[in-house]
Design a protein around this ligand. Structure first.
Ligand code: PHE
Length: 338
């Protein structure tokens, strides 16, 4: 068979081939090691030297022409197969692709950022303070002397033998640091991590988050405190909530209060407010004169209010989380829900 005949025959067979497997088979028959083209090339050394060049050329041209035919047909069959797949009844182009795992902000970070936005919009400055704190700022300057019973409820981790360095038990030490560096009037918040020597359970952890607030100026009163807290509630729950003050004792405020808000989740009592319709929001009060003095501010001229918002508690309230220990567990099954 001449090269032209071989090509003609191959063209017809390739064109008639509708199956990729059969096409591969056919390709082997022509272009494989024992194929037609290989056989032609094997004949060449036996030819007279003058004929070799022309025959070799013909065999190579045939090889290239065949290869082009197989490639073209192969591509056409692949497209047909994809088309068929796309048209199949069980192919749903609206199915979402497999979801890539994406990181997210921790719910405590989310709430912290929201509150920072809210308070900066009211002219507050956002402060940071050391987590390893001097006993002086954590206790002494806050009117909690060495033998004060309030130290029992805030037992901490001591970081040196002399007992001068502690892990801060609350964000209140930032109050004093803020006063030392500023002249009234000023407004600050200080969100951050705090630590307590504590037997852990569903509502106590050794590490948790608070946000301190402090406002100092002339004639700052409980009315200002209530106003600021109502704005806070509006920002957090999107509507006005009734508040009430109960007496509360903290050595660094006088008078000191526990501020409750109407339960944002019910009208007649639910599990969150333990059927009372009130939720404990935060401790607060007017800054004690001794604390103002410790911060270098004259209590005869200026007054202030302070509050300590429990961020961990707030996040639990917001998302209905029943165990604080989830928050720092690092468990992805928990974290992926936010
Ligand atoms: N620092 C107090 C605590 O952690 C809370 C508090 C802050 C109370 C500010 C009054 C004023 O318990």
């Amino acid at each position: 068979m001449t090269a032209e005949d071989t090509l003609q025959q191959a063209r017809e067979r390739i064109g008639a081939c509708a199956d990729p497997g059969a096409l591969k088979e056919l390709e082997r028959e022509y272009l494989g090691k024992k194929g037609a083209v290989a056989a032609m090339l094997a004949e060449i050394p036996k030819l007279a030297p003058q004929a070799r060049k022309a025959d070799g050329q013909r065999a190579n041209d045939l090889k290239q022409a065949l290869q082009a035919l197989f490639d073209e047909r192969g591509a056409a069959l692949a497209t047909t197969k994809l088309d068929a797949l796309l048209r199949a009844d069980d192919f749903d182009p609206t199915l979402p692709p497999p979801r890539a795992l994406r990181g997210g902000l921790h719910p405590i970070t989310q709430v912290t950022r929201e509150l920072e936005d809210l308070f900066t919009s009211m002219g507050y400055e956002v402060l940071d303070g050391p987590e390893v704190e001097l006993d002086h700022y954590n206790f002494e300057a806050l009117n909690i002397s060495k033998d004060h019973p309030a130290r029992d409820s805030q037992d901490t981790f001591y970081c040196d033998d002399a007992g001068r360095l502690v892990l801060r038990t609350h964000t209140s030490p930032v109050q004093v640091r803020a006063m030392e560096k500023r002249k009234p009037p000023f407004r600050v918040i200080a969100p951050g991590r705090v630590f307590r020597q504590e037997t852990t359970d569903a509502s106590h952890d050794h590490t948790f988050y608070q946000m301190e607030g402090l406002v100092v100026g002339k004639d700052i009163s409980v009315a200002h405190l209530i106003g600021a807290m109502k704005t806070l509630l509006r920002g957090m729950f999107g509507r006005d909530l009734e508040v009430r003050l109960r007496p509360g004792h903290f050595p660094f405020v006088e008078p000191g209060f526990e501020l409750d808000a109407r339960c944002p989740f019910c009208e007649a009592g639910c599990s969150v407010c333990k059927r009372t319709t009130w939720i404990e929001l935060l401790p607060c009060g007017l800054v004690h004169p001794n604390v103002l003095r410790a911060g270098g501010i004259d209590p005869e001229v200026f007054s202030g209010f302070a509050f300590g918002l429990g961020l961990s508690r707030l996040v639990m309230l917001r998302h209905g989380i029943d165990d604080v220990r989830h928050l720092l567990s690092g468990d992805l099954r928990f974290l992926e829900q936010f």
